[in-house]
Design a protein around this ligand. Sequence first.
Ligand code: FAD
Ligand code: MLT
Ligand code: ZN
Length: 482
Amino acid sequence: FGSAGTKIQRNPSFATLNSDDITYFKGVLGEKNVVQDEDRLEFVNADWMHKYKGSSRLLLLPTTTDEVSQILKYCNSRHLAVVPQGGNTGLVGGSVPVFDEVIVSMSSMNNVIDFDEVSGILVCEAGCILENLISFLDNQGFIMPLDLGAKGSCQIGGNVSTNAGGLRLIRYGSLHGTVLGLEAVLANGNVLDMLGTLRKDNTGYDLKHLFIGSEGSLGIVTKVSILTPPKLSSVNIAFLACKDYLSCQRLLLEAKRKLGEILSAFEFLDSEAMDLVLNHLEGIRNPLPPSMHNFYVLIETTGSDEAYDKEKLEAFLLRSMESGLISDGVLAQDINQASSFWRIREGIPEALMRAGPVYKYDLSLPVENMYNLVEDMRVRLAEKAKVVGYGHLGDGNLHLNISAPQYDDMILAKIEPYVYEWTSKHRGSISAEHGLGLMKANKIFYSKSHETVQVMASIKKLLDPNGILNPYKVLPHSLTSY
Ligand code: FAD
Ligand code: MLT
Ligand code: ZN
């Protein structure tokens, strides 16, 4: 299991598939939803980055909650390990098998169940693709409270299971706030109906939160109810350049103060990230005249009064220009220009992937010293690799990416544990939004105390006593291989 650098043993307590299992699954799901075709399996065995690769021989495509329940009940009784899969865009190796786990894909559960135009509450199946939900809501005059570069493939169930953050968190908050309810199937097949649609409900422990961000380790999310904001008429996007990181920070503070209620995104990228996008993606150009800009910031405002919002943003930009916080900038004049600005920011992960092997780190850090880590890593790695910094600056979330000519243990040894120790020392989080997956299951102690992790392991044991759900992920192997 060389490519991901994770050397672990298959848990011998798991059974291996036999022909009776296949017969059972065909009986429940029908022939076509039990996939053993090698080409199709190759696709679902590998992650988006082609960094993690399992060797599952079975893909199941349930179409109802009851089918998910029957699958899990059976797998639990047979000790067959399972990996739940959504759009397979996860970045920490969580969505693909490590060995021969059965892949349960949610792709066929993709119906909108209900939408309430008064409250804006959407209820849908977990396999709905985020972009399809965005389009559905657009027709109703609403938007999704989250947006991310993977929207064309990722599913709402995957978003909930990773507690995805994305590009709008600064405005609409995390899924722990916007998800009002969900339905999940436990390892033993029991269905937990927590599909509430209420803003307020303090009747005991709010168990849905256990499934938000638990990366398929506690159950399979089958339905989601989510609060969606109305679509507002005036959206403005500015693409700005800053000469140094301190200016980016000050600009953030100013934006929070002066744009306040209309601020809907504050993203940043450094010049290395910009170069990657320009070199590896087609049809992209830097909207600012070529110059020695070190940082770029994308600010979006969303409000309801076109004239007022524009005036407010223009005044903010003028003041920021005069005070030297921004060295250049351009305001999108139409929707095409606006999406070309977003394409630069959202295209960075794809550009990095095309550039070759990449070590990805997704860190929460105090904004003041976040970029020091990028600079430290440049010194540590010198010519060996390209160090790129970008992310959700408004949320204190840095994406530190190291683009290397090949995956190499010598390079990895320069990065880890240094990055994790640095993050821990600054009381940051080693996973701001991507989760722990396989990549960071054993690194959890850099961000969580032993006592906390022990409680997590007890919850896992309670809900999944045989450990069949997404084994080797999220929690340290020592605590979950029963
Ligand atoms: P998958 O990748 O299929 O699965 C992710 C995890 O959730 C796995 O552990 C899987 O087992 C589990 N899972 C999936 N569906 C279910 C289910 N129904 N029930 C239980 N468990 C399930 N993340 C961010 O937070 N912010 C970003 O801005 C962002 N941008 C991205 C941009 C790109 C180009 C890419 C490739 C990824 C990005 N991601 C981002 C990472 C990724 O976490 C998200 O894309 C997304 O939330 C994953 O959803 P998915 O449906 O693809 O899930
Ligand atoms: C992003 O913000 O672009 C995503 O989280 C993906 C990444 O970190 O590369
Ligand atoms: Zn991100």
